[in-house]
Design a protein around this ligand. Structure first.
Ligand SMILES: Cc1cc2nc3c(=O)[nH]c(=O)nc-3n(C[C@H](O)[C@H](O)[C@H](O)COP(=O)(O)OP(=O)(O)OC[C@H]3O[C@@H](n4cnc5c(N)ncnc54)[C@H](O)[C@@H]3O)c2cc1C
Length: 368
């Protein structure tokens, strides 16, 4: 059985950053991913919108950016529109995630892709991981295997509350750059809202990529009656219909987004990062930067506690550092979210504030 200090399960942004950080700090590290990461990487249903600061921070190559974004159009189905300026990028997740995984490998992490974790056991304080191909053991486990985390399920950790889960549907629609330019604008992403007659708690979106429009729809799972027909309702809005007129469906994929924290984030040397822990912005569903930061903080917490010889404090250290960096704001956003989606009036108030403020500012300054 191969022995490591750290095993990271899931090579999304959270797992790859954790594996990089662990390997750079001298821990023998294994990164296990169930999908194939050869050539183009694995598909992930995602809008792929990231802030420009993140592009710069990780030095993400310009040629890998699917589209540079300068503005956000917020459409309320009642007909009111709001515009928000701000530079960002839309990335194709296979490429983006593979870029991060390659950084982890260059730092010394060993990748085992096309291996699915199927069993997790703990014997004498050592975790034994069984995949469909091999067996490994390690002192620390980083659960970075997404919202439905098999690792945490096998360890019998509690799942999210239903009101903290968004069901999404994604369609990748192939079209032309000219069409995107004409109907969406070269540098604009579009979000669609409307509580009473549209999506009670959630929103839908059209994100332009290179020659693809990512069409997405997401609603709180316990309020969904018939996801396909609700998605069709969005697709038949005149603006959306026009944008997708000559587009061809390439991929259709449902997926979940957690918008509240998992009841616990740490136990017995296992740390939940990214979607596995529900570390996502509850208002926008943005999760890429938080997965990355939590992956890094997870390893930093292990390092700090090992140095101080206080291994029983890893969980506390992890949550404290997350809070300090961003989690305190995400928790406040989770409370604000219920208020924003109370009715169309409060939603519109939020959208008009969002034109000129960051959502964190609206929430922390209690503008809503
Ligand atoms: C429709 C949609 C749109 C979104 N749009 C945006 C956006 O525009 N911007 C943004 O910032 N965020 C967005 N998000 C959120 C973002 O995609 C997630 O927050 C982010 O991917 C979380 O990263 P992660 O590393 O925690 O998990 P993931 O990216 O989910 O990675 C988990 C990995 O674990 C692997 N895995 C799972 N089970 C096993 C197993 N048993 N064994 C081995 N490997 C396993 C999976 O194959 C996967 O590669 C969106 C999400 C959805 C669903």
């Amino acid at each position: 059985m191969k022995k490591y200090d750290v095993i990271v399960i899931g090579a999304g942004p959270g797992g790859s950053v954790a594996a990089k950080e662990a390997a750079e700090n001298g821990y023998s590290t294994c990164l296990i991913e169930k999908e194939s990461l050869a050539e183009k990487g694995r598909y992930k249903a995602c809008g792929g919108a990231i802030a420009w600061e993140l592009v710069e921070e990780i030095d993400y190559p310009e040629e890998k950016i699917a589209r540079v974004i300068e503005s956000l159009e917020l459409h309320h189905v009642d007909g009111e529109n709001y515009s928000k300026k701000g530079k960002g990028a839309v990335v194709w997740r296979s490429e983006f995630d593979k870029f991060l995984t390659d950084l982890a490998i260059s730092s010394g992490a060993e990748l085992r892709d096309q291996e699915k974790v199927i069993r997790v056991e703990r014997l004498n304080e050592i975790y034994q991981i069984t995949t469909d191909k091999d067996r490994y053991n390690a002192k620390y486990l980083i659960a970075a295997d997404g919202v439905t985390s098999t690792t945490l399920k096998l360890l019998k950790w509690p799942f999210f509350a239903k009101k903290d889960i968004i069901l999404t549907i994604t369609q990748e629609m192939k079209t032309t750059r000219d069409n995107i330019k004409q109907v969406l604008g070269d540098e604009t992403v579009h979000l669609f809202f409307g509580i009473e007659n549209f999506i009670p708690i959630g929103y839908a979106w059209l994100f332009p990529k290179r020659e693809m429009i990512t069409v997405g729809w997401g609603n709180q799972i316990n309020l969904v009656k018939n996801s396909r027909s609700e998605f069709r309702k969005f697709s038949s809005l005149p603006f959306v219909k026009n944008a997708l007129k000559n587009a061809k469906l390439e991929i259709f994929k449902p997926h979940l987004i957690p918008v509240g924290l998992r009841p616990k984030l740490y136990e017995d040397n296992v740390i939940a990062v990214g979607d596995a822990g529900g570390i996502v912005d509850p208002i926008s569903g943005k999760g890429i930067p938080y997965a990355m930061m939590s992956g890094q903080i997870a390893i930093e917490s292990i390092i700090q506690c090992e140095k101080k010889e206080k291994l029983d404090k890893i969980g506390i250290q992890y949550e404290r550092s997350l809070d300090k960096k961003f989690l305190r704001i995400l928790k406040a956003k989770r409370i604000a979210r219920d208020k924003i989606y109370q009715n169309d009036e409060s939603l519109k108030k939020f959208l008009s504030l969002w034109e000129n403020h960051r959502s964190s500012e609206i929430v922390m300054r209690k503008l809503i």
